[in-house]
Design a protein around this ligand. Structure first.
Ligand SMILES: Cc1cc2nc3c(=O)[nH]c(=O)nc-3n(C[C@H](O)[C@H](O)[C@H](O)COP(=O)(O)OP(=O)(O)OC[C@H]3O[C@@H](n4cnc5c(N)ncnc54)[C@H](O)[C@@H]3O)c2cc1C
Length: 284
């Protein structure tokens, strides 16, 4: 019978920081990833855990200086019900609605999805496409990490063992559009085979600017497709541009075969999704 870890449940961030600084401690938010990971079958069981469920400083959804700010403990249900999220970042609401079923949405958190850093994490392409910034903190202080720099290699992040994710800031530049699409075995309750977020700003005659094409489940980390972004930057989503962008994306991606899908399928579906999103944006 494996030994159960000891669990601390602080009410304030400074107490949580003290626990983390005292030695290896595994945070737990909703537990929907961590409870699966600590059964002893997937590595050693943590000796000490830190329950974040009473720390109010990690909660809340607000508009601050032109950004939408979500606390790390924000659940998918809270995102779905948030008028601010629906108005300013509907793609995140759409993504939240595809994650697990109601039980997972009630407990699973944005911070947990980010720290877990699965390449299939559904919110992660949205973070990349939206140029989100992740605020992390610990006893040594707080720092902001752009989402682009956060996912270092397979399940390895820029988060130090003594740090927590505190909140995520989504800048809301004027004129920016963001779309989300997930493909799995089923429309609901399925881990992604491909997940994509596309963002752009459009001010008319100059064509699209600041284009972001971000994907999950096609590499060891969530990624941006820079060559495809270059095709779209400065262009409008005409049928010719969409063909070229989709072709570039299929050539740029290097997915793997695994239990959920094949590399070929992922490459083909990614190109199709992009083409479809561009067609919808172009209205043709
Ligand atoms: C049945 C089922 C279906 C699922 N479906 C999907 C799906 O469709 N799409 C998807 O993306 N995911 C899915 N998941 C995975 C999971 O629900 C999400 O990744 C969720 O967001 C994790 O959040 P959590 O609060 O439960 O994290 P936890 O399990 O509490 O923690 C996850 C990891 O993050 C760390 N952590 C948590 N919060 C913080 C913090 N604030 N600071 C630092 N580290 C932290 C923990 O130590 C742990 O390593 C599914 C899981 C299950 C069990």
């Amino acid at each position: 019978m494996p030994a159960e870890p000891s669990i601390d449940t602080p009410r304030h961030l400074f107490e949580a920081y003290e626990r983390l600084a005292a030695g290896p401690t595994r945070p737990i938010a909703g537990g929907t990833d961590v409870m699966v990971a600590i059964t002893g079958e997937l590595g050693p069981i943590p000796k000490r855990m830190l329950d974040l469920s009473r720390i109010e400083e990690l909660r809340g959804i607000s508009l601050e200086d032109g950004s939408l700010v979500l606390g790390a403990r924000t659940t998918y249900t809270e995102i779905r019900r948030s008028a601010l999220c629906r108005e300013h970042l509907p793609a995140l609401v759409e993504a939240a609605a595809t994650i697990g079923a109601a039980q997972i949405q009630n407990r699973g958190t944005l911070g947990g999805n980010i720290a877990n850093a699965s390449p299939a994490g559904d919110t992660l392409p949205i973070l990349l496409a939206a140029d989100a910034v992740i605020l992390v903190g610990g006893q040594r202080g707080e720092r902001e990490v752009p989402a682009d720099d956060f996912f270092i290699s397979y399940r390895k992040t820029a988060l130090a063992p003594d740090e927590l994710i505190l909140h995520v800031r989504f800048p809301l530049p004027r004129g920016r559009e963001l779309r989300f699409r997930k493909v799995g075995t089923r429309r609901a309750q399925a881990i992604s085979k491909v997940v994509m977020a596309l963002a752009w700003e459009d001010f008319g005659s100059t064509g699209w600017t600041n284009v972001r094409v971000a994907l999950g489940s096609v590499a060891a980390t969530p990624i941006r497709a820079h060559a495809t972004e270059a095709v779209l930057d400065g262009a409008h989503p005409t049928p010719e541009v969409a063909d070229r962008a989709a072709e570039t994306l299929a050539g740029e991606l290097q997915p793997i075969d695994d239990v959920r899908s094949t590399a070929d399928y992922r490459r083909m579906v990614s190109a199709r999704i992009l083409h479809r999103l561009l067609r919808d944006a172009g209205g043709w």
